[in-house]
Design a protein around this ligand. Structure first.
Ligand code: HEM
Length: 385
């Protein structure tokens, strides 16, 4: 499948679980959570004829210029990683690190594979898939099983709050990367996958990752997509797995859970105290608050608002990425993208898309227009309307 691959990690820390629920690609299709259901509907099979269809996908994206960067990455060969071992991972969003003094740093995470990045061209993928449609899972399982443990180095990029407004894009916009020229990568750790699950259902199917699983000192940023993700995952998991899914061994923190809440469906906490609230005259219930360190992060130049962001700069980084590709990779991208755009029946929808890619990079747009037999005038006319 040409699609982003999930890259979710759970840290069982001494202060509870911290999840980084990311993807292999470092940006996303939309920047506002409110459009996520619409985006998913456009990607999913038609409600009438039950088939995924580029007509539906590009109808949606012809109205969403911010998707240009992510679509360029997805339609490049990075859209089909050769397997799960040979791809990088990214938090995509920025988070906030808050130190003891209450000082805030914005941070993005990148996982870099130590196996080397490897992607498949569409033709290679067709051959591999024809042999075994589960090849990526088999590759990961077999390599770990035989002791060839894959590993990733974890890097962070850091920006200070006072620097957020210094760029020609908004660093909390999820359709943007932070170029290393403005935020260098610093290595902070390494992850090695050194065992396979004993029981796939218990340890994978029932596992629940959520961007809201945070520990003190780490907070969500004001990124508008992340704000929506904060509640969506736990909502889904209560429905998908059931109430108290956090008590399942794979999801439960290794650290003690100090809460006076109890019961509910599937609860197995076996509380015996009459005090299921806090504060209380009960000695431990009075002292608990003192142990929890609330972080107080102040921000002055960013706010959580419903209106659109300033500095959308929808096309520049898409162009930067296009120009960073080798000629072979560019040719693959043009072939993959023009192949799907050619299937779009409403030619003005396809032309609008070509216009967006043109705005990213003139060579990129020109080559797509040529592959699709569109004239420059036809494309330009749509942008004059
Ligand atoms: C507003 C935007 C988004 C919403 C509302 C959303 C919502 C969801 C939901 C409801 C699930 C299923 C959770 C479960 O059943 O356990 C899910 C899974 C997932 N999402 Fe998102 N998502 C969004 C954007 C993203 C982005 C930007 C990324 C990557 C940075 C991402 C990465 C993932 C991953 C990796 C999973 C699978 C987690 C697992 O392995 O269990 N999502 N998403």
């Amino acid at each position: 499948m040409r699609d982003p691959r999930g890259f979710a990690t759970k840290f069982y820390t001494e202060q509870g679980n911290y999840d980084i629920v990311g993807n292999n690609l470092p940006v996303f299709f939309i920047r506002d959570a409110i459009k996520f259901p619409d985006m998913v509907h456009a990607f999913k099979p038609s409600p009438i004829y039950n088939k995924q269809d580029p007509n539906r996908v590009f109808d949606f994206f012809s109205h969403i210029p911010e998707g240009t960067h992510m679509l360029t990455r997805v339609y490049s060969d990075f859209g089909i990683p050769a397997n799960y071992r040979q791809m990088d991972g990214s938090s995509v969003h920025a988070f906030k690190w808050v130190n003891e003094a209450g000082e805030v740093s914005y941070v993005k995470y990148t996982w870099k594979t130590n196996q080397g990045v490897k992607n498949l061209t569409a033709d290679e993928a067709a051959k591999v898939q024809a042999q075994d449609f589960q090849h990526a899972t088999v590759d990961l399982y077999d390599n770990i099983k035989k002791g060839n443990f894959p590993s990733w180095d974890l890097f962070v990029q850091i920006l200070k709050p006072e620097d957020l407004d210094k760029f020609d894009f908004n660093p909390l916009d999820v359709t943007k990367v932070w170029p290393e020229s403005i935020a260098p990568l610093t290595k902070v750790g390494k992850m090695t996958l050194n065992r396979v699950p004993d029981n796939f259902f218990e340890e994978v199917e029932q596992s629940a990752f959520a961007p809201a699983n945070l520990v003190p000192g780490i907070e969500p940023s004001e990124d508008k997509l992340l704000q929506g993700r904060l509640f969506s995952y736990t909502d889904t998991q209560r429905h998908r797995i059931g109430g108290n899914f956090q008590q399942l061994p794979i999801n439960a923190p290794k650290a003690a859970v100090n809460t006076y809440n109890q019961d509910g469906a599937f609860s197995n906490r076996h509380k015996t105290s009459d005090v299921n609230y806090q504060p209380s005259v009960a000695a431990d219930a009075l002292t608990d608050n003192a142990q929890y360190k609330y972080s107080v992060s102040k921000f002055t130049n960013v706010t959580t608002v419903q209106q659109k962001i300033t500095k959308p700069n929808d096309f520049k980084q898409a162009g930067d990425f296009y120009r960073s590709l080798s000629e072979t990779d560019k040719a693959s991208l043009i072939k993959n993208l023009s192949g799907d755009l050619a299937a779009v029946k409403n030619k003005d929808v396809a032309r609008k898309m070509v216009g967006y890619f043109y705005l990213a990079d003139a060579d990129y747009g020109t080559r797509l227009a040529k592959a699709l037999n569109f004239s420059r005038e036809e494309v330009e006319a749509l942008f004059r309307k």
